[in-house]
Write a protein that binds this ligand. Sequence first.
Ligand SMILES: [Zn+2]
Length: 255
Amino acid sequence: MTAGSRRRSHGPLLAALTALVVAVGCAAGGVGESGPQEPREPAPRQSSRPAAPASPETETTRADGTTSVAEFKSDIDDAVTIAERYWGAQFRSSGQEFRPISRIVPYQREGEISCGGQALPRNNAVYCSQGDFIAYDVNWSVAAFRQVGDAFVFYLLGHEYAHGIQIRLGIRANFTIQQELQADCMAGAYLGDSVRDGTLRLDAGDLDEFREGLLAVGDDPDQPWFAEGSHGTAEQRTDWFFRGYERSLDACNLR
Ligand SMILES: [Zn+2]
């Protein structure tokens, strides 16, 4: 996936995605002390998954060219810039002022960043409404970037950014899963629209990277859909992401 004039070559996708270190646990309302209508952060699912690499610079990489920490940072920056432009334009077109999410904060250690008084765990990414920031475990995110590809970074950022937009729009779903699947749809819309208007260019394999990433972040099949912290099965998350991707925000039930 390419923004602006940068180009990057892609090799073949991994045949199978193994042990991806991804939960994409993210809270619409932040973690802790946020009241019953703001879903709490689900515990990161790391029991059967390897820990993210301690040193991203030396981790073995997949052979698609999207491997360095510098490339990761550049993709995060692009994803943020494009999200700000995209949502700014959406808000202005409906006559509303837009305030970008105030900060994007990488972290490495549990407890390094808190949201609403609660320490953020490793292997996670969140939007925190108290403080209006996105925080992500950089080692975990780089590992996912290497395993899935650069498209995953745009999805991850797009999903968390969507939670900030939900707050700005005053959207509070009854169940976590509704808030989460809508955020997937909004992430899809932000990416699909950005591809359609030429802001982003897809490289070979990017759509498969989205699918791979979404498969990896689905809830366990035995998790009740109504449980606090449910994000949706891989099938549901894929379905909602591509609804937004293909049909834009009209598919996301924003009003
Ligand atoms: Zn989320």
